[in-house]
Write a protein that binds this ligand. Structure first.
Ligand SMILES: Nc1ncnc2c1ncn2[C@@H]1O[C@H](COP(=O)(O)OP(=O)(O)OP(=O)(O)O)[C@@H](O)[C@H]1O
Ligand SMILES: [Mg+2]
Length: 345
């Protein structure tokens, strides 16, 4: 072990801290890490030890030091420079496509747009090239990385220095730029309430999924308030091809019910889906009677009650008596929209 006092230590010179490294590696499985610590405490050395560990586990890992960067474009230049050699070691086919896309990145960033509440956006020109906002370019880089098969660790050293530089060089919008850079979305208590109201049934997964779409919409619409984009986020959530689990709700009906019952239940839900406030029991029963043809009113009634209870128990719908007359309405508004879209030509 060498006696190094100053530069980060690696390999045999890195002593102990196995538990720290293991813990950090563990966290990275699902989360990002902000590693804060006093000067010379050993952050860079620990981060490099983590990089070594994840590489051994088949990840790709790159390190960029952004102390000399003064703006977003400088950050992306660093990222590009570190990614290039990694990309050239990929299989020829994917390296071609990804490499071309990467090469174009540095030239693409021209402006940084800062959303100003109620006043559109304010642009800072950073260089020549096509007028593209850096968040778009940055988003594309992340998408490129996501397309690669391996998992990635991107270690950014000295990030606070870049953030201070941005604030110091741009007294007018520096702070907002830093917020944007860190992807901190201003979400007021009211905005959060609006998301819950929009989803109706505050289940964590659906709140997360809605916020996921909201977040990318906010990125694509600088200047728009979060609240004004919630509707669009809900729409995105129920589009075909979206990675949603609404199909399970439908599939479960045919799994647990007889063919005839599943079809009846489906028809009742189709009817309830037409209105966010649901359908009256009388119309649901009438629809069922029509479907059951020969059956007596009493048989239709009993089928209605049986299926109604199942749909209520399994949280498809609930009896809302808030407006006086009872209505069976979907618990989960995104599911209602998905159901309606499926049932509409
Ligand atoms: N695990 C370790 N084993 C041995 N020495 C270490 C270890 N971690 C840190 N050091 C010592 O601390 C010094 C600083 O380490 P390092 O550069 O990793 O810290 P840092 O927190 O990144 O510092 P800075 O805040 O300056 O970036 C090293 O040169 C070495 O002397
Ligand atoms: Mg360091």
């Amino acid at each position: 072990m060498h006696n190094i006092a100053g530069s980060p230590v690696e390999g045999h010179d890195f002593f102990g801290r196995e538990a720290v490294v293991a813990r950090l590696q563990d966290i990275l499985d699902n989360d990002d890490i902000l590693l804060l610590g006093p000067r010379r405490i050993g952050k860079t050395s620990a981060a490099r030890a983590v990089m070594k560990q994840v590489r051994a586990a088949g990840w790709r890992a790159i390190e960029i030091n952004v102390a000399s960067c003064v703006d977003e474009s400088g950050f992306l230049d660093k990222l590009e420079a570190a990614l290039q050699p990694e990309v050239s070691s990929l299989t020829a086919r994917s390296a071609g496509a990804i490499g071309d896309a990467l090469a174009a990145i540095g030239r693409r960033i021209k402006s940084v747009k800062i959303p100003l509440p109620g006043a559109g956006s304010f642009g800072v020109e950073l260089g020549e090239g096509s007028a593209e906002d850096w968040t778009q370019v940055g988003g594309d880089v992340l998408q490129l990385i996501a397309q690669m098969e391996e998992r990635w660790l991107i270690y950014v050293d000295e990030l606070p220095i870049l953030l201070f530089n941005m604030i110091r060089n741009d007294p007018l919008t520096g702070v907002q730029r830093v917020r944007r850079f860190l992807d901190r979305i201003p979400l007021s208590e009211d905005d959060a309430g609006s998301i819950v109201t929009a989803v109706q049934w505050p289940q964590p997964y659906y709140l997360q999924a809605t916020f996921h779409h909201l977040r990318s919409l906010i990125g694509a619409n600088p200047g728009a308030s979060a609240a004004s984009l919630i509707e669009q986020a809900m729409d995105k959530l129920v589009q075909p091809g979206a990675d949603n689990d609404f199909h399970h709700w439908q599939g479960r009906l045919s799994q647990q019910l007889s063919r005839a019952d599943a079809d009846h239940a489906q028809a009742m839900l189709n009817l309830a889906a037409r209105d966010p406030s649901g359908a009256r029991p009388e119309s649901l029963l009438a629809a069922l009677e029509e479907r059951m043809g020969e059956a007596t009113t009493e048989q239709a009634r009993r089928t209605f009650i049986r299926l109604r209870d199942i749909l209520q128990r399994d949280a498809y719908w609930w009896p809302d008596e808030g407006s006086g007359a009872k209505r069976y309405r979907f618990r989960l508004e995104p599911l209602r929209r998905w159901w309606l879209r499926r049932d509409t030509l």
